[in-house]
Design a protein around this ligand. Sequence first.
Ligand code: HAM
Length: 432
Amino acid sequence: MSSVSLQAPRGTRDILAPDSARLRALTQAFAAESELAGYGQVVSPMFEQIEVFRRVGEETDIVSKEMYHFRDPGDRHLALRPELTASVARAFVQHRPPVPWKVWYEGPQFRYEKPQAGRFRQFNQVGAELFGSDDPQADVEVIALAWRFCVALGLRRVRLVVNSLGDRADREAYLAALAGYFGGRADELSAQGRVTLARNPLRLLDSKRPEDRAVVAGAPPIDEFWSPAAAAHFAAVRAGLDALDIPADRQRLLVRGLDYYRRTAFELVSDALDGAQDAVGGGGRYDGLVADLGGPETAGVGFALGVDRLLLACDAEDVFAAPPAAADVYVVDVTGGAEATLLAEELRRAGLRAERAFGGRSMKAQMKSADRSGARWAVLVGPDELADGAVSLRDMRGTQAAGGTAGQSRHPRAGIVAELVARLAAEKGKTP
Ligand code: HAM
């Protein structure tokens, strides 16, 4: 046997309780917000035919360099999804649901990126997509959903930045202008910048390298290339956000890492996170995507939020703590443990969070565990109690776990579950 210790693959993590409970709570909160706005959940496969992603962006790193792809035993070329918009658009083409089709989703995505703080090879997203409308109010609805969710988490240091990438022809003209501009100043770019220029000049706009930044500062602005329709659409989106008091900064250099965007593009940026990985989410309009995947011309707009980064931002802002995991009741059984099994099961059936010890540990050790569990009440079963058909109930609030019998009372075993249900309900009723 090899002595190499096995670990989760680079760029991936195990998420244990209580962090896993926090992740689930965040997802549930997102589900609730989305469903309030009429979005239904879509659950699509974690892998797709590689074609699905190739068709939406061969020129982007996400598709060309960062995809995990493989051949299955049936020689199908498949890819783990690097994002969900393409998968959901593929599902739209396959099922042709009535429009507007409004969906939300959650789950892991896979990108072979260089791992660092806030950047993983397997990460979670929550997101929403709206297919079948090019109405600027649809953009407003989608952006408002993303924004409202961040605010509901308690995040205050998140900013919304917006831009418009124009229509397909505008974008193409802009790309050509950028290629001309950067081509003329190629010797001032970083070596990596020159590689990017050859691949996709648009991507230079968000280069973080100082040499590139100096050149980027003089690049022609996209506004000059907007068609009148694209300009009017963007103005309507901004007016709609204003009307909802959602502060949006126009960022003229904002481009996104995927190629399918037309018109609206936006990001949510957290000032509480490290600058290199500060985007907690992003999205925009992708009116050509469904047609690119073989469906009818269908407009669409949506976003995804990076859950791992959202939670890092919550840590930095000290909001959205893990939900409390304290037990309601801890059953301490020093008669062998079979009683604890019966009682704990009864308590759980009654909806109480009940814990117990294993392995016949001493009263003192079990009381210590009861204390650590945060249980509100301990139920004690000793030989005397067992003989009398009784249990002792100990109030764990403010009592020394291991010592004395203060705060302890005796109750008939038969009525203890109902008694505890009543006591806990009365207390919960009192807390605001
Ligand atoms: P994206 O900007 O590639 O867009 O990803 C959205 C968010 O996912 C990012 O802002 C970031 O928070 C998170 N994220 C991306 N990569 C990583 C990573 N390696 N580790 C941790 N978090 C990461 C999309 O995925 C589009 N599908 C969004 C969209 C939906 N556009 C329209 N509809």
